[in-house]
Design a protein around this ligand. Sequence first.
Ligand SMILES: Nc1ncnc2c1ncn2[C@@H]1O[C@H](COP(=O)(O)OP(=O)(O)OP(=O)(O)O)[C@@H](O)[C@H]1O
Length: 320
Amino acid sequence: MIQLTNLTKMYGDFTAVNNLSLSISPGEIFGLLGPNGAGKSTTILMMLGLAEPTSGKVRVCGVDSTRQPLLVKRRVGYLPDDVGFYEDRTGLENLLYTAELNRIPPAEARRRARELLERIGLKEAAEKRAGTYSRGMRQRLGLADVLMKKPEAIILDEPTLGIDPEGVRELLQLIRSLSRDEGLTVLLSSHQLHQVQQICDRVGLFVRGSLLALGTVEELSAQLFAGEPLVVEAEIGGDGSPLAAVTEALASVDGVLQVVSAAEQPQLVTVSCSRDVTASIARAIVGAGMELLSLSKKRYGLDEIYHRYFEGGKRHDRAV
Ligand SMILES: Nc1ncnc2c1ncn2[C@@H]1O[C@H](COP(=O)(O)OP(=O)(O)OP(=O)(O)O)[C@@H](O)[C@H]1O
């Protein structure tokens, strides 16, 4: 449904999107994720035919967006991060105006608008002026607006921005159920991984114009943290700091790279290993007469992805 092939966009010497290849299937909900300035909006503009790629190809709904931008616009719904409505017209009137622009016959337009307003939870507010809507209500009206013309795919740029947590939850569930019920392909961009990952079938992590990883959130963490040392955490009973004793006990365990503990939690000893030697660690600690309260493998997940890539932590330069 959406096919990007070696897509690159330069602004002068600056590469905003670097050789991006991506394929999104019909009915899929795909999250294009990345921190501010990653190149998400630039990619979306190229998909919509609103920006010309420096090189590479972009096809949406089988149409070359660069060559036939008007055709793409007819088939794809686009929700920008801040939707413009006629503030002094009601929600319903705004939808009817969109219908008119898309040459939808009046009776059908009215039926569809009412149906959508109910679906998005704005039935009661249908006759209120859009200028009085909250940010969350505006985004939901925006969603109804893009659905008026029955698009095959919708592209949402930062749809959850500025909405309170309950509003975010409602909006995301709405996007998911619309996609499922109508077989709609959804591409959404966000720098809020925690929020959107729950509804995305797959995500692509985009940093400084390059796609660093692609897949489900689990696959993403496996790709991003492959080659990292395995970390095992051991909780040792008793008073005082067991660090010296654990270090000595593990000195002969092949595969152990480093043994550390934090001053504020001396009983919790963190062991970095080049491979999974959890069982040997357990044997060595117990064999040295210490009380092993717990032993667990630390899994890299959303928190680490978030910290490392979205909050400006250490950056990987490996691209897929
Ligand atoms: N018209 C332009 N001219 C020059 N540089 C641009 C232009 N548009 C975007 N950029 C630069 O390209 C990079 C990517 O911008 P883009 O808006 O695509 O990122 P983004 O991931 O959508 O970020 P945000 O979440 O902040 O919108 C940024 O460094 C931005 O400053």
